[in-house]
Design a protein around this ligand. Structure first.
Ligand code: NAD
Length: 361
């Protein structure tokens, strides 16, 4: 069987890690027909947008895509391609597993946390009002009249919508994920003590949904306490479900617990399509140097194999990656101890080593 998959190389380090990932995916023996499309600043001039319609069409048609990171210049008018893609395709669940692999330089062993992040609302909804504009002034005036709240006239405003609908959908997704992956517990993360009507609604909804899953333990944590607990005792957590912003921060924290962004895969999943991509960004300073770790994107490929039903090949590829990490020889700089930095290998050599391991299985 051949799978039609949309492949988006991205920019910065994207093309290098995408090529390495494509090679190891093909080495599993699974048949792929890649539809390669590009998004980001590099295509802005050609199509007048960083996210051309044919990219979304390709993902809608194939229903599965794998993507390298795409740069979002800070503070410019450039819309985040990543956020836009998730919104356009309603990829409401961002799933980021953080798992310790023996041999990776980490503070802890046996961490196995899956962060399920709501992907469509919260402060990432893109509802923002710039300082000094008439719209911002009228919102400030409206808030002053309706709630007596005084906001400084020189403020910029970002809106944080959290709906019952999206909260129910993401928490249900987390419980269903827990059930089908034999997980024991779901932890909801929030700041409901301060943001009673947004995070409070998320928490109340999570508690309701939890009652539908008596076989799975449920607890909640306030986000500041959660970050401290994660650093001190990460093994107590299993599946973690959060609104958008906390999920973004917590998934990077969890990546740090298991060896860094080079080992942190991710998936954005909706009812119509799924997009697999590493948690990390385009690391522009390493562009074109054959230096960075392709394993986060390869592990995203493992998630993709599992998603399309190639579970055995997913396990084979994950085992091959784990073997290379455990071997400690053919790994990039981020997985080498300080004293052995000069013996780190490049992105493409990691792919070669994993392909060799697949051949040995
Ligand atoms: P980043 O994740 O690109 O890089 C931060 C640091 O992490 C790097 O300097 C590097 O030291 C390390 N790192 C990242 N990936 C690595 C890898 N594969 N192997 C080894 N080390 C790695 O974060 P940033 O610098 O904040 O973001 C750069 C750009 O990427 C920004 O424009 C940002 O908006 C974008 N971004 C895109 C995505 C995405 O496409 N989904 C996600 C996050 C950030």
């Amino acid at each position: 069987m051949t799978y039609n998959i949309t492949l988006i190389p991205g920019d910065g380090i994207g093309p290098e890690i995408t090529e390495a990932t494509r090679r190891v995916l093909e080495a599993t023996g699974v048949g792929f027909k890649w539809e390669v499309v590009q998004a980001g600043a590099d295509v802005q001039d050609e199509y007048g947008t960083p996210l051309p319609g044919h990219v979304l069409e390709s993902i809608r048609k194939n229903r599965v895509a794998i993507k390298g990171p795409v740069t979002t210049p800070v503070g410019s008018g450039f819309r985040s391609v990543n956020v836009a893609m998730r919104k356009e395709l309603d990829l409401y669940a961002c799933v980021r597993p953080c798992k310790s692999y023996p041999g990776a330089p980490t503070r802890y062993t046996d961490v196995d946390i899956v962060v399920v992040r709501e992907n469509t609302e919260d402060l990432y909804a893109g509802i923002e009002f710039e300082k000094g504009t008439p719209q911002t002034a009228s919102i400030i005036e409206m808030l002053s009249q309706s709630s007596g709240t005084q906001i400084r006239a020189d403020s910029g405003i970002s809106i944080k919508p959290i709906s019952e609908t999206a909260s129910r959908r993401i928490v249900r997704f987390a419980f269903e994920y827990a059930r089908s992956n034999h997980r024991r517990k779901v932890t909801a993360v929030h700041k409901a003590n301060i943001m009673k009507f947004s995070d409070g609604l998320f928490l109340a909804t999570a508690r309701q949904v939890a009652q539908e899953y008596p076989d799975i333990e449920f607890e909640d944590r306030i986000v500041d306490n959660m970050t401290m607990q994660l650093v001190k005792k990460p093994r107590q957590f299993d599946v973690v479900v959060t609104p958008n912003l906390y999920g973004d921060i917590i998934s990077d924290l969890c990546a740090g617990l298991v060896g860094g962004l080079g080992l942190a895969p991710g998936a954005n999943i909706g009812d119509e399509a799924a997009l697999f991509e590493p948690t990390h960004g385009s690391a522009p300073k390493y562009k074109g140097q054959n230096k960075v770790n392709p394993m986060a994107m390869m592990l995203s490929g493992v998630m993709m194999l599992s998603h399309i039903g190639e579970k055995e090949n997913a396990q084979r590829l994950e085992r091959a990656i784990a073997d290379v990490i455990a071997g400690g020889k053919s790994v990039t700089y981020d997985l080498k101890p300080e004293a052995e930095q000069s013996r780190a290998v490049g992105t493409s050599e990691v792919a070669d080593a994993i392909i060799d391991k697949l051949g040995e299985q």
